[in-house]
Design a protein around this ligand. Structure first.
Ligand SMILES: [Zn+2]
Length: 242
């Protein structure tokens, strides 16, 4: 017996176009409502560091490089307190963008950084580091030990190497995390630990790559065995993340 031929519903040509147009309008309306509810994915929404990471965060962070007033506006919008400092230095080590982020707790002191580094630190600490510390170690981070931001030198101090992002304070080196409960998790002691401290350090390194252009850890080379190097010389995701 011959099987009945399966029939697809046939729209008259004009109705078919109407259906397609209605579907397109619904997608556009749904899409714009979705973007409005998810500003972190919306490239046109102003950056707010209190929003979670999204598809558009990296592009917005990259746009802050070299635009001091736009970057200050992002910190202000995100209710990040900071002390802006005047330009200093000359030549390759001239620093036109210099501030102290007052919202962070670093030792021995809060660092002088560029605004994009302060924005990256705020995002990383608030969106990733505190959550990972709580989840993996059961305690929030009380303070971070930093080894410095500014150093007027070329990379690795080599004579013909490109200038380091440290030459303009556009980088920070981080050595350890001190928890609320008093524990100290350091790169030099805990990076190879197979328990929670090592897992925490690897996780915060991975997460930093969403907030910084370049992230170097002990996995990168021996020069970084005791610290994370984070800088904003490139768009997040465009530099090394290792
Ligand atoms: Zn460094």
């Amino acid at each position: 017996m011959a099987r009945a031929k399966r029939r697809w519903p046939q729209f008259p040509k004009t109705d078919g176009r109407l259906v397609l147009a209605l579907v397109a309008i619904a997608l556009l309306l749904g899409g714009s409502a979705w973007l409005e509810e998810n500003p972190q994915h919306n490239p046109w929404a102003p950056l707010d560091l209190r929003d979670p990471h999204g598809l558009a965060t990296g592009v917005k962070l990259a746009a802050l490089r070299g635009d001091v007033s736009a970057c200050h506006a992002v910190l202000a919008r995100s209710e990040v307190e900071f002390t802006a400092l005047g330009p200093i230095g000359a030549g390759q080590c001239r620093r036109n963008d210099r501030l102290i982020p007052d919202n962070l707790t670093f030792s021995p002191s809060n660092p002088q950084t560029t605004c994009p580094v302060a924005a990256g630190l705020t995002l990383w600490l608030e969106q990733d580091v505190q959550r990972l510390a709580q989840d993996i170690l059961g305690s929030p981070v009380a303070r971070i030990e930093q080894l410095g931001t500014y150093s007027c030198r070329r990379m690795y101090g080599a004579r013909n190497a490109p200038w380091s992002e440290h030459a303009t304070g556009n980088a920070i080196d981080i050595a350890a995390f001190v928890l609320d409960d008093g524990r100290r998790i350091s790169l030099v002691d805990d990076w190879n630990d197979e328990g929670p401290p090592g897992r925490f350090l690897q996780s915060v390194r991975d997460a930093a790559c969403d907030s910084f252009g370049t992230v170097l850890s002990p996995d990168y080379n021996a020069a970084h065995a005791d610290h994370f190097h984070l800088d904003q010389g490139r768009k997040p995701g465009a530099g090394a993340c290792r």
